[in-house]
Ligand binder design. Structure first.
Ligand SMILES: Cc1ncc(COP(=O)(O)O)c(C=O)c1O
Length: 410
């Protein structure tokens, strides 16, 4: 085991990780998959913006409006560079991953798909990469093919090939499962999708925050992610898409900013990226997302990823020591820093509640992946997830807490 950086030092950058819970126990935050904590630099950026430069973007020539616009656009450039997008014009601000996927389904989907067309989804998707496609399918009459998850928590790629033989128009898949931690072979899946004429839409909510992601190297068409899972604020996310695809798509929402000119009965659409940014956006939050990117780049995404690999390997080893505990998903080498588990005879909500008494924050439930839980005949799991600020010590506290849960339940 090699530590790439001192997670305890990183932890000091995060005010929320300094607090006590239940009066006098230090917080052990193991719920990053739901949302990450925010470093001081991001909080200061947000506060600075609202204290100094708060104004609407693209609509004024006074000092504050110019500062707000410059900050908003410079964050877009930083985010584009972070994922190696060929152009900042391909970075569309949305509210979150969910809205980004809804944008693709409603704009690209309605313009390019017809009744009887097929799309491919997977059994391990978060609801936000299932429901928008199900809604579209119901509305225009699409056929949905599902790639199943095998017993090891990986996609069955033989079934994927069979689905591709039916010439689907789109493949919608998560880069990393928010339950199993499984890292999917997106680059290979993209090549195969393109060989069959399908576009590939990637839910990167759990990959962009944790590993270097290069959209050009992956060879994908659309990528969606959220700021709040990568040290940034809530209320802002990104859809990246290939320029030609985005350029050919109709607007998703109508209103201010997405137009070039408006007449009483018609309008001319604005250029990319503004065409997809109707109304006043989350300006301070977008700027703070840029600060989050700066922070993560300062640590280095390779380092973040390798650190999480160390922590998750250690966590898997220690979790598997506990009698009656089952961890779902593949071995550590094939997953990111997520471990969903059950403990015989104890409901996951009870696990979470008892751990909370000792300040250990883990999530319990279906984690917005009901079909995946059904695959394992489960209604819920407990989930501990790790980020750059988690240490081996945090894992040890989790394990100690789980032994206590076992004691309570006899
Ligand atoms: C894999 C995955 N996709 C999509 C989402 C949805 O993200 P948001 O709620 O920020 O839209 C999540 C959130 O947990 C996720 O883990």
């Amino acid at each position: 085991m090699t530590i790439r950086f001192d997670a305890n030092e990183i932890k000091r950058d995060f005010p929320a990780l300094q607090r006590m819970v239940n009066e006098d126990v230090p917080l052990v935050y193991l719920d990053t998959t739901a949302t990450s904590q925010k470093p001081k630099k991001v909080l200061e950026c947000l506060s600075y913006y609202y204290s100094n430069s708060n104004a609407n973007v693209h609509r004024g020539i006074h000092t504050l409006a110019e500062e707000a616009t410059a900050g908003y656009e410079s964050a877009r450039t930083k985010i584009g560079e972070f994922i190696s997008a060929p152009s900042a014009k391909e970075i569309i601000y949305t509210r979150n991953t969910t809205e980004a996927i809804n944008l693709v389904a409603n704009s690209w989907g309605r313009a390019n798909l017809r009744s009887g067309d097929r799309i491919v989804l997977t059994e391990m998707e978060h609801h936000s990469n299932l429901v928008p496609w199900q809604m579209l399918a119901a509305s225009i009459g699409l056929e949905i093919d599902i790639i199943p998850v095998d017993d090891n928590g990986c996609l069955d790629l033989e079934v994927y090939e069979k689905h591709l033989d039916k010439n689907p128009k789109a493949v919608c898949v998560t880069h990393m499962s928010n339950v199993l931690g499984t890292l999917n072979p997106i680059k290979e899946m993209a090549t195969q999708a393109h060989e069959h004429g399908a576009v590939i839409v990637v839910d990167a909510a759990q990959s962009v925050p944790h590993m270097p992601v290069d959209v050009q190297d992956l060879g994908v068409d659309f990528v969606a992610f959220s700021a709040h899972k990568m040290c940034g604020p809530t209320g802002v996310g990104v859809l990246w898409g290939r320029y030609e695809l985005l350029d050919g798509m109709p607007p998703f929402l109508g209103g201010g900013d997405m137009i070039k000119r408006v007449y009483l009965r018609d309008f001319d659409t604005n250029e990319l990226p503004y065409k997809f940014e109707a109304g006043t956006p989350a300006i301070g939050e977008a700027i703070a997302m840029g600060a989050a990117v700066d922070y993560l780049k300062g640590v280095g995404m390779e380092n973040v990823w390798e650190h999480e690999q160390d922590i998750v390997s250690y966590a898997m080893e220690r979790l598997e020591e506990i009698p009656g505990l089952t961890v779902y998903g593949p071995e550590a080498e094939k997953r990111g820093g997520v471990t969903a588990f059950t403990l015989d005879g104890v409901h996951p909500h009870d696990i979470s509640q008892i751990l909370d008494v000792d300040g250990i924050a883990v999530r319990a439930g279906h984690h917005c992946a009901m079909p995946l839980h059904e695959r394992y005949s489960l209604v819920a799991t407990a989930r501990a997830s790790f980020y750059l600020y988690n240490s081996y010590d945090d894992v040890d506290k989790l394990i100690k807490g789980l032994y206590k849960v076992k004691q309570v339940f006899g």
